[in-house]
Ligand binder design. Structure first.
Ligand SMILES: [Zn+2]
Length: 384
């Protein structure tokens, strides 16, 4: 499986004429520069990796799939955008700052994986990944693969805003992942924006899963293996997909849940969004990895949280100090509880919050303009 070549220079040519794109990029990154792939090794291979997600999302365009395009801003500000351009293109814009943050997170998580879950590295699949080249800026092949999963999730998330027709709601023509939380005074519109975020996350999970399987199929031919080996293959993909997606999300400022404030935010509070993402991951694993049972699903969920949770905390912050202290004295579960993650999963407020989000999504659905009609049903935020 080889991704179709997207010629970045032709995307750049279109970008130069696109006034709405320039305006959105200038607002977010304070520069209109957009890179073709030759600017730096990081940007060059990010274009290569992103092609996988781009190709997958383009399949979901009933008409004119090439209108979905990707560019990278050389800005060091970590952010990602979906922009509906004046050229009628659907733009995905990632920044170099985001790529750098994802690389550092991938290195951190891969190191933790090697020290705490070393058995995973001994599986056939991971041994084959370790024969693959390490990308520039990544410490190991496993870190490179986690980075690929996270980039694919981001590309998929932004593509999700396009494929699912969120331009019907974002009338100003652009959506930034990190934005001023207080820019919209209307609580209803913030719930709607959070509902759309969840929906884009679910699409991102799908794109990351398909991209990873495509990428791996070059190295590991699953058809030649036994049922047990296939189950192991599914476990590893489901696990790495979960870690990659959670890792990507943790780059977008996770924080403790404050239920009162949660209703007033455009993006869902970090921890809650992480839980919703875990739910989306579990659903996706159930649907697509038939050899894994409920016990495996629960293990994957907890192990993935375990690996990523600590990297979401700012080193030296009060939460981080609390986490390290509990970890040393009472173990990992207690540490996760201390930073609010485990309570959040069982918080009684979560159910009513999720119901509000589902209602908000239901109300906004008629405004959306999906590039393929089937998406509203398939990817709706289901009431829980
Ligand atoms: Zn988004």
């Amino acid at each position: 499986m080889t991704p179709n070549d997207q010629r970045p220079d032709s995307a750049l040519d279109v970008a130069l004429t696109d006034t709405l794109l320039k305006q959105a990029v200038l607002t977010t990154f304070k520069t209109v520069d957009l890179c073709s792939q030759i600017v730096s090794p990081r940007i060059e291979h990010a274009h290569e990796l992103a092609k996988w997600g781009l190709k997958i999302a383009r399949r979901d365009y009933d008409k004119n799939p090439e209108r979905l395009m990707l560019l990278i801003s050389p800005s060091s500000v970590a952010n990602a955008l979906a922009v509906w351009g004046s050229s009628k293109s659907d733009w995905i814009v990632l920044s170099d700052g985001l790529l750098l943050a994802l690389q550092s997170k991938a290195n951190q998580v891969a190191e933790k994986l090697a020290s705490e879950q070393s058995w995973i590295l001994e599986t056939e699949l991971l041994r084959s990944i370790q024969k693959v080249d390490t990308l520039t800026g990544l410490d190991t092949p496993v870190a490179s693969f986690l980075y690929f999963a996270a980039v694919s999730f981001f590309v998929g998330h932004e593509a999700g805003h396009h494929v699912l027709g969120h331009d019907g709601y974002f009338r100003n023509g652009a959506h930034a992942e990190v934005s001023d939380q207080n820019s919209t005074p209307n609580v209803d519109s913030k719930l709607t924006k959070q509902a759309l975020e969840f929906q884009a996350d679910r699409y991102g999970v799908m794109v990351a899963r398909v991209a990873m399987i495509g990428w791996l199929s070059r190295h590991w031919d699953v058809r030649e293996y036994s049922a047990q080996e296939r189950a192991s293959y599914q476990w590893i993909i489901a696990f790495v997909m979960s870690v990659g997606a959670l890792m990507a999300l943790s780059v977008i400022k996770p924080r403790r849940i404050d239920w009162e404030a949660a209703y007033g935010r455009e993006h869902p509070p970090g921890v809650l969004r992480m839980i919703q993402l875990l739910n989306a991951l579990t659903e996706s694993i159930k649907e697509n990895f038939g050899l894994l049972g409920d016990k495996e699903l629960e293990t994957i969920r907890l192990e993935a949280i375990d690996l990523v949770a600590e990297t979401t905390l700012v080193p030296g912050s009060p939460d981080h100090i609390l986490f390290r202290d509990r970890l040393a004295r009472e173990g990992r579960r207690a540490a996760l509880r201390a930073i609010g993650l485990l309570q959040a999963i069982h918080d009684p407020n979560a159910a009513s919050y999720i119901q509000k989000i589902a209602n908000a999504f239901h109300e906004v659905t008629p405004l959306l303009n999906p590039r393929s009609r089937r998406f509203i049903e398939d990817l709706g935020v289901a009431p829980q």
